[in-house]
Design a binder for this molecule. Structure first.
Ligand code: HEC
Length: 108
């Protein structure tokens, strides 16, 4: 999705300022962005609940720091499945990724 790159689209635009996700309207399409708070992504039942599927995500194991970085930069979930089209792939330094994950860890 090259139109979405260039730093003008932030995580919060889709996943919300509190990281909890929700229904979005963008480019005449509507989709649901999942909850990406650290505690949600790494919970033991993450990826296996009905709410998770209703929130637009596929079944997969919980995230770790490594798989979360991969999801952000390569657009794949811990099961190696590609994430749906609204989720962009980000070009970020490891330092920025660590900052971002640190931020997700502060969301409650
Ligand atoms: C243009 C909208 C959009 C933006 C911007 C966006 N996301 Fe997403 N993201 C999505 C959608 C939609 C999904 C669900 C895709 C799927 O499950 O197939 C998703 C999925 C994810 C997932 C996987 C969640 C799960 O439960 O598997 C993570 C992690 C994530 N996004 C993190 C981020 C981060 C971090 C940023 C900012 C760097 C970001 N996203 C920016 C739309 C967006």
């Amino acid at each position: 999705m090259p139109m979405m790159m260039g730093g003008s689209v932030a995580c919060a635009d889709c996943h919300g300022p509190d990281g909890r996700g929700g229904r979005q309207q963008m480019m005449m399409a509507s989709f649901t962005a999942p909850d990406i708070r650290w505690q949600t992504l790494t919970a033991a039942d993450h990826g296996a609940t009905d709410e998770h599927e209703e929130a637009g995500a596929m079944e997969h194991p919980p995230y770790t720091e490594a798989t979360l970085k991969r999801a952000i930069t390569q657009g794949v979930n811990p099961a190696g499945e590609p994430l749906a089209w609204p989720m962009p792939q980000w070009r970020m330094s490891d330092e920025d990724l660590n900052d971002l994950i640190g931020y997700l860890q502060t969301l409650e």
